[in-house]
Design a binder for this molecule. Structure first.
Ligand SMILES: Nc1ncnc2c1ncn2[C@@H]1O[C@H](COP(=O)(O)OP(=O)(O)OP(=O)(O)O)[C@@H](O)[C@H]1O
Ligand SMILES: O=C(O)[C@H](O)COP(=O)(O)O
Length: 403
């Protein structure tokens, strides 16, 4: 994989450099609630701009449906990037249309522009190779060089991640180099006990990683939205909690295999439930009830791990030699459901070993809940990406940079 340092030594002054970043930050309306992913790409953008490149920063944000949707605009992220760089950042109101062309043409040497959300175009995420290729061709028309630095999206076979680097001279940015360097350590020999905590909401994406972790980790702690598919697989009722029904047989097999392999698979013993998902805008009190994990009422939804589970998970992390944590333990964005995530974050801070937090929301959670980033061994910008890396999968966005 060629790195950005090689590009810089070859010289980039006057060249149009397309930086595929992951600016998929949490938003409250148009307010960015955690800018970690934007800060993470600043070293790459700054180095290129300082060297006189004309920098075009591109990213997805959220999961719009292949057409423009103002709720997913990258405009707030572009403004924040400008603040962090201490320089003006131009913003194109489309991705490959007349606005993008005009903005890129207008870039001076050392200038930076952000183009609108890549996923406003159906070709970005299309499963059809030709449709993706057609969009990648248009993106390629904007630039002379490609720098991949959106680590959080390297597990996606998307046009800007996989197809575009094949069309331009391509290099890995500083963030990708750092992320891969740290996560590689977790695929080699790790200090034991190796404890993995999994939660969050992208359950279908993340269940598969458990298959591989059963051969690696000593303990697996399951929380967040993922927990309910496990509880259901054990025969418990989970009410209206998040559930991946089609994965229940696979999860049953994981539970059996964990027992056979001597892996401790630890599930919540109690959870906080309520009849409805909390209002994350008003943060109005949600008044949850604590119930045993095998006693979730039919009309209620599990939204955080309970107090006994918090203690249990903290004890399972207390002697950890290595920890990888992805996915909040509950709907931490609401104060009534933040305690589980706080407890696990605190347990990582207290753990004696090397700790890695992975995922856009998980990283945002530790920062917005007031933890010091430096108290963790590494905070990865990738959630699904870091998990799939640990799974040993070939990640399209890394493979494309290696070619
Ligand atoms: N019990 C639950 N029910 C529903 N949603 C939940 C539950 N527990 C946690 N969540 C939600 O999970 C979301 C984060 O999940 P996600 O899988 O996206 O995490 P991540 O891996 O850190 O991020 P990413 O994969 O996007 O980088 C949070 O917004 C949180 O509110
Ligand atoms: O948040 C993430 O994990 C990355 O930005 C990728 O987003 P996606 O899961 O919507 O592809």
């Amino acid at each position: 994989m060629k790195t950005i340092d090689e590009l810089l030594s070859e010289g980039v002054a006057g060249k149009r450099v397309f930086v595929r970043a992951d600016l998929n930050v949490p938003l409250d309306g148009t307010t960015i609630t955690d800018d970690g992913r934007i800060r993470a790409v600043v070293p790459t953008v700054k180095a290129l701009a300082d060297a006189g490149a004309r920098v075009i920063v591109a990213s997805h944000l959220g999961r719009p449906k292949g057409a423009p949707d103002p709720a997913f605009s990258l405009a707030p992220a572009a403004a924040r990037l400008g603040e962090l760089l201490g320089a003006g950042v131009a913003f194109a109101e489309d991705t490959v249309g007349s606005s993008a062309e005009a903005v890129v043409t207008g870039l001076a040497d050392g200038g930076v522009a952000v183009i609108e959300n890549l996923r406003f175009n159906a070709g970005e995420t299309s499963k059809d190779d030709a449709e993706r290729a057609a969009f990648a061709d248009k993106l390629a028309g904007l630039a002379d060089v490609y720098v991949g630095d959106g680590f959080g999206a390297v597990h996606r076979k998307h046009a800007s991640v996989f197809d575009l680097p094949k069309r331009l001279p391509h290099y890995a940015g500083y963030l990708i180099a750092t992320e891969v360097g740290v996560l590689k350590k977790l695929t080699d020999e790790v200090k034991r006990p190796y404890v993995v905590a999994l939660g969050g909401a992208k359950v279908s994406d993340k269940l598969a990683v458990i298959d591989q972790l059963l051969g690696k980790a000593d303990r697996l702690l399951i929380g967040g939205g993922m927990a309910y598919t496990f509880l259901k697989a054990k025969g418990y009722e989970v009410g209206i909690s998040l559930l991946q029904e089609d994965q229940i047989p696979a999860v049953q097999e994981y539970i059996e295999r964990a027992e056979k392999n001597g892996v401790e698979l630890v599930l919540p013993v109690d959870v906080l439930v309520a009849p409805e998902f909390p209002d994350l805008k008003t943060k109005a009190p949600a008044n949850p009830t604590t119930v045993a994990a095998d006693a979730i009422p039919a009309d209620q939804e599990g939204l955080d791990i309970g107090p006994e589970t918090r203690k249990l998970y903290a004890s399972k992390l207390a002697d950890a030699g290595t920890v990888f944590w992805n996915g909040p333990m509950g709907v931490f964005e609401h104060p009534d459901y933040a305690e589980g995530t706080k407890a696990v974050a605190q347990a990582l801070v207290d753990a004696p070993g090397f700790t890695v937090v992975g995922g856009g929301d998980s990283a945002a959670a530790v920062r917005t809940l007031g933890f010091d980033e430096n108290a963790f061994g590494h905070i990865s910008t990738g959630g699904g990406a870091s998990l799939e890396y640990l799974e040993g999968k070939t990640l399209p966005g890394l493979a494309a940079l290696e070619d």
